[in-house]
Design a protein around this ligand. Structure first.
Ligand SMILES: *Cc1c(COP(=O)(O)O)cnc(C)c1O
Length: 384
């Protein structure tokens, strides 16, 4: 066996012993409330299609109309330039977010990696919540800046770290809604702290966009803090039901990114079909008050029932609701049992969550019917 074979073998053994092996499963209609796996109907509590827009006829039609302009964009926007639909979309996003400017990028992952690495260097100190998304951590690492990680939502800890830092520039990055816990960032206090220390605040609204705010603008709008946060990142792949992402900020920050954000410069622009579908989804999201209300009511009810069954849903207050179980083996076994009872809910294990904090992560959709959710709760009662 050569050194690669033996390394791969030992890696596999390590994963299997820790119940950390991951498998790609084939699932039909993966964004719908009922997904199909091995010919069976499963109540889908794992999709981020919170408002049920991924299958909306208006988005599918918009994508089809966009595709007439070509299947692919053909180059990075910094090479040939994006078409007028992309420029118009960016103006629409800026108006929606109430920011001076906006930039469309390939995905939320690319937005975080590109923006953080473009704004930070060795003279910068970055401050991350311990539970920030992997793409934020990766951007921070790539930047070469000094990384400080504060305990989850612990403002005293963050303040100490800010006080101790002598860096010329300081950047705080937080998820707005934490993706594996469903709790929220203390944005008001973060805004006060960053003002006091002259830091820049970046908020990743991947799970807040479409769901929070008077018209789905996001979690910062929900709290009336949008104009106090220098830069927001959000994805169009979750509540918006499409793909791609945005960065919204003041003109000078966006100008800096256009010239230096490597995931924008060195990656091909989104295809016309995706641009057209995002454009249509902004309108659907703005008009989705009823779906937002449904999602809130269903999430609240599901969380209450889950805790009544004896599960620990942590600090969740949103449409993301974990059932904390501890070991990866237990989480996997629970997910398997739920699947046998007709429920699709994935086990989330390290390194996605800290060691010893494996869980089942439920995410609700406005389009789940009461019967779907009753079936899921009966299954949960059966395994409790
Ligand atoms: C999903 C997610 C991303 C990545 O967005 P994609 O568009 O799927 O790449 C970034 N940040 C957070 C907090 C997320 O949950």
């Amino acid at each position: 066996m050569n050194s690669w074979d033996s390394w791969l073998e030992s890696e596999r053994t390590r994963r299997e012993q820790g119940a950390l092996e991951r498998r790609l499963r084939t699932t039909e209609q993966p964004a719908e409330p009922i997904a199909l796996r091995d010919g069976r109907r499963l109540v889908n509590l794992s999709s981020n299609n919170y408002l049920g827009l991924a299958g909306h006829p208006a988005l599918i039609e918009a994508a089809a109309r966009g595709a007439v302009r070509g299947a692919g964009a053909g180059s990075s926007r910094l090479v040939v330039g994006g078409d007028s639909a992309t420029a118009a979309l960016e103006q629409k996003i800026a108006a929606f977010k109430g920011s001076e400017a906006a930039l469309v990028v390939g995905s939320g992952y690319l937005a975080n990696v590109g923006a953080i690495a473009a704004l930070c260097d060795r003279d910068t100190a970055i401050f991350l919540d311990r539970l920030d998304h992997a793409s934020i951590v990766d951007g921070a690492r790539l930047s070469g800046a000094r990384i400080n990680r504060y305990r989850h939502r612990d403002l005293d800890h963050l303040e100490q770290l800010l006080e101790r830092s002598g860096a010329a520039r300081k950047l705080i990055v937080t998820d707005t809604i934490f993706s594996m816990d469903g709790d929220t960032a203390p944005l008001g206090e973060l805004v006060e702290l960053k003002d006091r220390f002259g830091a820049l605040l970046v908020a990743d609204d991947a799970h807040g966009g479409g769901v929070f705010g008077p018209h789905g603008e996001g979690y910062a709008h929900e709290l009336g803090l949008a104009d106090r946060i220098e830069l927001q990142v959000g994805t169009f792949s979750k509540a918006f039901g499409v793909y791609g992402a945005y960065i919204s900020a003041g003109r000078s920050l966006i100008d800096q990114l256009v010239s230096t954000c490597r995931t924008l410069i060195y990656s091909t622009a989104l295809p016309p079909a995706v641009i057209a579908a995002i454009d249509a989804s902004l309108e659907l999201v703005a008009a989705a008050d009823e779906a937002r209300r449904e999602l809130r009511v269903k999430s609240e009810r599901f969380r209450t029932r889950l805790t009544e069954l004896g599960f620990d849903s942590g600090a969740s207050t949103t449409q993301i609701i974990p059932a904390l179980v501890g070991s990866s083996g237990r989480a996997l076994a629970l997910a398997q049992e739920l699947e046998e009872r007709g429920v699709l809910a994935v086990a989330i294990r390290p390194p996605t969550v800290p060691a010893g904090q494996a869980r089942i992560r439920f995410s609700l959709m406005a389009t789940h019917t009461d019967e779907d959710l009753e079936l899921a709760l009966e299954a949960l009662a059966g395994v409790a």
